[in-house]
Ligand binder design. Structure first.
Ligand code: ADP
Length: 408
């Protein structure tokens, strides 16, 4: 007889929730052992047709095609899927539900147990992240209704960067306008940058507070950070996750005047420009494709648009690398993470090509080895270590949520 997850689950597990506007990712994980009991994705929430939940237990996948008019229904269906596996989430001894929250403004510096006051503050911050904060709050409310006795903890994507030095956090914009509208650089992907930088220090066998590193989180969204002794001193994303590196569908850094040009000359609305910047920019805007694997295949087949998209991507990446090397002065490690950073050896090689005089010497054989654990891809005598460190945002959220509950 096969063992069900209900038999393996230990008290203390954390349910991690990552709610987007029309999707909701979840994972039930043990924060101590990192064991994932189950995970899944509810898609097309609020859409009239085609909604579904993909529920994974080990490598057993179940796809439930079901109407999901709102987040509450999605969570209720997820709770039912667990029940079918013999797990009653409400009384499974969960330590916490950890919610990924995008924008904590300047208010939230660390994980926090979510109560009515916290919800009110996040609502107040919604204008800073109109696409992200409202759906995550709907996820929080739905889970709290269905699992009222499990503490809900909010982990903010911005929190790690809350004390960026003023020179890095400040835009050169009218200070009164900035103050009135909360305009400054907040940074995102903080959970990943923090988790990966700690893993990198541990991998090097050094204390986190003595390592200077540049973390390159290259997924569909992409961001870079410069971290001195465990604290970020700069990061590439700003008021929104649109700034910085070239991303899957986001433009990253761009002349702000382009928006005026498109409005004045092209007659475009704010929504039109938003779509061009957020949904149809980056790699997708340049070559119609945001899946990096497909881009690499097209380059191999001689596709010029894919090659230009790749070259623009790498060019921007090298700019940030150079800037952050100067910011930090002394760099101990350059760390690649997320889908592209962990898997695309070509990007790592091209981003670091010719930097031997700056202390970065890649080992080309190590670079192409495939592995799912942290590894060094520089030569042993490279003054700056180059590492690939797999990110695990769900585990980081679960660990932080458990820590808050167990220590409060
Ligand atoms: P996100 O969590 O931001 O959606 P991921 O960290 O999962 O993104 O990264 C997704 C990106 O990683 C995609 O562009 C995908 O093509 C790319 N990727 C995944 N595996 C590989 C691979 N083996 N080689 C190159 N790119 C890859």
């Amino acid at each position: 007889m096969t063992e069900s997850i209900a038999d393996t689950i230990t008290p203390g597990a954390v349910l991690v929730i990552n709610a987007g506007s029309s999707s909701l990712k979840y994972q039930l994980v043990d924060p101590a052992s990192a064991q994932v009991y189950a995970n899944g994705l509810a898609e097309r929430i609020g859409e009239p047709v085609g909604s579904s939940i993909t529920h994974m237990v080990g490598n057993r996948e179940r796809i439930l095609e079901v109407a999901l008019p709102d987040h509450r229904t999605a969570i209720a269906e997820v709770v039912e899927l667990f029940r079918a596996d013999g797990i009653h989430l409400a009384d499974a001894g969960l330590t916490a539900v950890g919610h990924r929250l995008v924008h904590g403004g300047t208010e939230f510096h660390s994980p926090i147990v979510i109560d009515d006051a916290v919800i009110a503050t996040i609502e107040r911050l919604s204008p800073l992240a109109p696409l992200h904060n409202p759906p995550t709050l709907r996820g929080v409310e739905a889970v709290s209704e269905l699992l009222p006795d499990v503490p809900a903890v909010g982990i903010f994507d911005t929190a790690f960067f809350y004390d960026l030095p003023a020179a890095a956090a400040t835009y050169a914009i009218d200070t009164e306008v900035a103050a009135e509208y909360g305009i400054r650089r907040y940074g995102f992907h903080g959970t990943s940058h923090q988790y990966v930088s700690r893993c990198a220090a541990r991998f090097l066998g050094r204390r986190n507070d003595e390592v200077n590193q540049i973390v390159l989180h290259l997924g569909n969204g992409a961001s870079a950070s410069a971290i001195r002794g465990g604290r970020p001193v700069d990061t590439s994303m700003g008021l929104t996750p649109l700034e910085g590196l070239v991303m899957g569908t986001r433009v990253g850094d761009i002349d702000p005047g382009i928006a005026f040009h498109l409005a004045r000359v092209g007659g475009m609305s704010v929504d039109d420009v938003d779509r061009i910047y957020n949904k149809h920019g980056g790699l997708k805007g340049l070559c119609g494709e945001n899946d990096f694997r497909a881009i690499l295949e097209r380059i191999d087949a001689g596709d010029a648009a894919a090659k230009l998209a790749y070259d623009v991507y790498v060019h921007r990446l090298r700019h940030y690398l150079g800037a952050y090397m100067i910011d930090l002065g002394r760099v101990d490690a350059v760390v690649f993470t997320a889908g592209v950073g962990e898997n695309a050896a070509a990007v790592r090689a091209d981003a670091l090509a010719g930097l031997e005089n700056f202390g970065i010497v890649l080992d080309s054989e190590r670079n192409v080895e495939r592995s799912r654990v942290s590894r060094r891809i520089s030569t042993d005598d490279s003054p700056i270590a180059v590492l690939v460190v797999p990110t695990n945002e769900e585990l980081a959220i679960a660990q932080q949520a458990a820590e808050v509950v167990l220590t409060s």
